[in-house]
Design a protein around this ligand. Structure first.
Ligand code: TXD
Length: 326
């Protein structure tokens, strides 16, 4: 181990500062590491398989901190030993979608990547939490839970905050109001089966259904559902990363600062909403214990059936991995 690495490691061991490892120094991972450092949540280890990439980005972020007023130290590595005793991992490693690819096309490849990473997490930080970002999201959460053997409250996925943020942004554009005034709820799987809930979407206390006609709302829902693909088609070489990274950083903040925030996340259901043993997007309370509570909203029969359809897609795809990878 290099001297600098040893010093960083020792410093972390004796420090009360939190240690956050972001796995994958690609678009989402690097941006998220920077967001976490900007929020001053603790020291950040950025890990990737590509030699030099996390080290270079880590140095750049370390040097941005004095200007940005952050005390976070960012450090890049290719070695999991440097992630030892992390409080939290944000898992962004994997392949991203190219035009024409669905999130499910990434299934087998990313499941192998997630499995190999979670084995390392378990070995080096057995009491940590994991926020999964890698797609197909809900299934990768399920892979992470199975491979880690962690309690389900410690393994969760980022999707609902992003989907809700897209919905909020489009509603704000349509109504010409600040997005901060828009509270939106999106349930279900991250993908074509997501379930935006206009009935529970509020603009300064007024429900969206009272503010816009049905066809306008449907158009906003459709744009939200295809929000990721719209960006993939424009970028051509990758997928969205500013908003996904911001969403994962918000989850990290809620956990590390024990904020007890109610946020839509992919969480493991064990009877809630009549669903069992499946990860799906639902509102949860996020705090220092991870997913501290799953909030059960009163859904209409149609909404509940859409949530169940969404969960069935996740279970079906997860079952494809059994025997093959798990
Ligand atoms: O809402 C959501 N959950 C998402 C998910 C929103 C946006 C992106 N989403 C998914 O995150 C996307 O479909 C991908 O599966 C991941 C990462 O997306 P990103 O855009 O960051 O992909 P990049 O830029 O290709 O970066 C991936 C990095 C790259 O640097 C690889 O070298 C690295 O992952 N990688 C690994 N790092 C560590 N260990 C292993 N095994 C590994 N394999 C690849």
């Amino acid at each position: 181990m290099q001297v600098a690495v040893k010093v960083f490691y020792l410093y972390n061991y004796f420090s009360m500062k939190k240690k956050i490892t972001v796995v994958g120094a690609g678009h989402v991972g690097a941006t998220c590491a920077h967001d976490i450092a900007l929020k001053n949540l603790g020291d950040v280890v950025l890990l990737d398989v590509v030699g030099g990439l996390p080290q270079g980005l880590g140095l750049d972020m370390l040097q941005a901190a004095p200007i940005e007023g952050s005390d976070s130290q960012v450090f890049g590595t290719n070695d999991y030993a440097d992630t030892k005793d992390s409080d939290l991992y944000v898992m962004t490693a994997g392949l991203a979608r190219k035009p024409g690819m669905s999130r499910e096309d990434l299934l087998i490849k990313n499941a192998q990547i997630v499995k190999s990473i979670v084995e390392q997490i378990k070995k080096h930080s057995p009491t940590s939490m994991i926020i999964v970002v890698t797609n197909p999201l809900d299934i990768m959460c399920q892979v992470a839970l199975k491979v880690s053997g962690f309690e389900s409250r410690r393994v969760m996925g980022m999707a609902g905050i992003l989907d809700a943020a897209r919905f909020r942004a489009f509603i704000a554009l349509e109504l010409k109001v600040s997005a901060q005034e828009v509270e939106a709820m999106v349930l279900g799987g991250h993908g074509d089966a997501m379930v935006p809930l206009p009935r529970l979407t509020l603009v300064k206390g007024k429900t969206l259904t009272d503010l816009l006609p049905e066809d306008k709302i449907n158009a906003l829902v459709e744009r939200t559902r295809a929000g990721g693909a719209e960006i993939v088609n424009l970028l051509k070489t990758g997928s969205a990363y500013y908003a996904p990274a911001a969403a994962a950083a918000q989850m990290a903040e809620a956990i590390l600062l024990d904020q007890k925030k109610l946020l839509p996340c992919s969480a493991y259901l064990n009877g809630q909403y009549g669903l069992k043993e499946v990860y799906i997007g639902v509102p949860v309370k996020l705090g220092s214990s991870g997913v501290e509570e799953i909030v059960e909203l009163k859904l209409t029969a149609d909404e509940l059936s859409a949530l169940k359809t969404s969960a069935a897609v996740v279970s079906e795809n997860f079952n494809k991995l059994k025997g093959e990878i798990l």
